[in-house]
Design a binder for this molecule. Structure first.
Ligand code: GLP
Length: 241
């Protein structure tokens, strides 16, 4: 694993954006894997600035998102589809079809998961996957479990994740209980991984995931076995290493 520990959030953001931009500069038709959550937001703003400044073009890139809630229509303010189009894809002037997310409104969720997995495979798999990390060590929505999941699947969210996501919804009851997520296997098939975190509240899970044993109880720990994984942290998230 490659570690980049930055003095503050601004440097952490710039480091992540630089890694993604460099990937696209080297391979303009890169397949990028994107994530939601508060962690990548500033990185997305930085990428938009780089695009507007003419430093990098995403015209030939394709993207796949990690996950989507089950049962939220795409125009719901908290759907990951909406989050990505508002915060990244529309400002980058993406064409419809350039970005894919799993469809959490599909009638047959199992068939949708299989379709999504096939799409990633036929795109030649993901060149660079951006990841945040949940407080329980989840990546995508792969919650702590007895075994690592292989492919895109329906996941039941942990109570702690529902609590963490509660802040985006009017009531706790409105937070979806299930989501479609790339599996740990899907994520591990990416050629490069960029996991990023900031803030003191992520310090414990970063230590557990990357300084402890590889275990499906802390999903992100599997990244210790990835051949090209970069971890970008601010000093607070790195404070317990
Ligand atoms: C959600 C997303 C994850 C993300 C996590 C952490 O569970 N599915 O991909 O890493 O939230 O979110 P935040 O970045 O807001 O801490």
């Amino acid at each position: 694993m490659h570690w980049i520990v930055c003095p503050d959030r601004q440097a952490q953001t710039k480091a992540c954006a630089a890694i993604i931009a460099a990937q696209v500069l080297q391979k303009p038709d890169s397949v990028l894997g994107f994530a939601t959550g508060s962690t990548p937001l500033a990185t997305y703003r930085e990428l938009i600035d780089l695009k507007r400044a003419g430093v990098v073009s995403f015209e030939l890139a394709r993207t796949f998102n990690l996950d989507e809630y089950v049962g939220l229509p795409i125009d719901h303010p908290q759907s990951y589809y909406r989050f990505m189009w508002d915060n990244l894809f529309a400002p980058l002037e993406f064409r419809p079809g350039q970005a894919q997310l799993p469809n959490g409104m599909a009638d047959d969720l199992g068939a949708e998961c299989a379709r999504y997995e096939r799409e990633i495979e036929s795109a030649g798999f993901i060149d660079l996957q951006l990841l945040g990390i949940g407080h329980d060590g989840h990546i995508g929505f792969n919650e702590p479990a007895d075994v690592f999941s292989k492919d895109t699947h329906v996941e039941t969210l942990a109570e702690r994740t529902i609590d963490a996501n509660r802040r985006f919804f009017a009531t706790r009851d409105e937070v979806p209980r299930t989501a479609l997520t790339m599996g740990v296997g899907t994520i591990m098939r990416s050629r490069r991984i960029l996991l990023t975190a900031f803030g003191a509240d992520k310090a414990d899970v970063i230590r557990e995931a990357f300084c402890g044993p590889v275990t499906p109880r802390v999903t992100a720990s599997i990244l210790q076995f990835h051949a090209d994984c970069t971890i970008v942290l601010d000093s607070e998230a790195a404070s317990k290493l």
